[in-house]
Design a protein around this ligand. Structure first.
Ligand code: CP
Length: 300
């Protein structure tokens, strides 16, 4: 069973293989009858990119999706995540894509025997986002070793930051962080923390993050302009970036907060390329999850 809950479970070789598979599957479009696999996408937190690109990947591979709507499900009668997944496994789902607000929610699902693909767990991990980020960086630079990556913004609450810091360091990149001190994990060494003015000189890849207000006690940002001018990417700072440096962001973007809205689609921006890469990466992860299952039997 090839679940994917965190990239920490994958070797560098396995990660490179998924990226190679994503390149190979880029243009693959299943035509004709469906391939017999049925997957349920369980999104307990909101999503546009991850949910829709998993659905797109499933359609392009000929996989059927079982519609599951948390809002109208028996989760609202108190049914647990485990019993929900066990029920869907019992009626024939071949795998689950799950996004959940609880960090390491998948620890509750040990009795589930079909693959579980983590689409984001609390502030823990977002492995398929990391894989699409890695694909984007590899397409740009061809390698990871020695590439200077600055991850900037709400590091503490960001599963993207946590996934990416771990895997990029393992792949040999030089990873730095930038942002308000209260949003930087205590475990990050002082020499790895830079200001945004230092970041724009240093970075080959400047990865901006959304402020995760839904994980903050306050729930709102008092002064977006001050945040942009202190911690964000302004037009003036963008002019000081290295000539070939790129801008990334997992999105959704808070335009005018972590990045000036004029930079979202500038020539350095790979933000929409990342989304495009997300479909290919998710196809590779789905193929990896399902390929050990027996081929479906067609009954006429
Ligand atoms: N990047 C990302 O996970 O976006 P969604 O929350 O829209 O899926």
């Amino acid at each position: 069973m090839a679940s994917l809950t965190t990239l920490k479970d994958l070797s560098v070789m396995e990660i490179e293989r998924i990226l190679d598979d994503a390149e190979r599957l880029y243009e693959v479009r299943h035509v004709g009858s469906r391939n017999g696999h049925i997957i349920a996408n369980l999104f307990f937190e909101s999503s546009t990119r991850t949910k829709c690109s998993f659905e797109m990947a499933q359609k392009q591979l000929g996989i059927d999706t079982l519609h599951f709507d948390v809002a109208t499900s028996s989760v609202n009668k108190g049914e647990s995540l485990y019993d929900t997944a066990k029920t869907l496994e019992s009626i024939g789902c071949d795998a689950f894509i799950i996004r959940h607000g609880e960090t390491r929610y998948y620890d509750q699902l040990e009795g589930i025997t079909v693959p579980i693909i983590n689409a984001g767990d609390g502030s823990g991990d977002h492995p398929t986002q990391s894989l699409l980020d890695l694909l984007t960086i590899r397409q740009e630079y061809g390698l990871f070793r020695g590439i200077k990556v600055v991850i900037a913004g709400d590091i503490l609450h960001s599963r993207v930051a946590h996934s990416n810091m771990e895997v990029l360091e393992r792949l040999g990149a030089d990873v730095y962080v930038s942002g308000p001190r209260e949003w930087i994990d205590d475990s990050i060494p002082e020499e790895k923390i830079v200001t945004m003015d230092e970041a724009v000189h240093l970075a080959d890849v400047l990865m901006l993050l959304r402020i995760q207000l839904e994980r903050h006690d306050t729930g709102s940002l008092s002064d977006p302009d001050t945040y942009l001018n202190t911690y964000g990417l302004t037009v003036e700072r963008e002019r000081r970036m290295k000539p070939d440096a790129i801008i990334m962001h997992p999105a959704p973007v808070n335009r005018g907060v972590e990045i000036d809205t004029r930079l979202v689609e500038c020539s350095r921006s790979r933000i929409f390329k990342q989304m495009n890469n997300g479909v290919a990466v998710r196809k590779a992860v789905l193929v990896r999850a399902l390929h050990k299952k027996e081929a479906p039997v067609h009954v006429v």
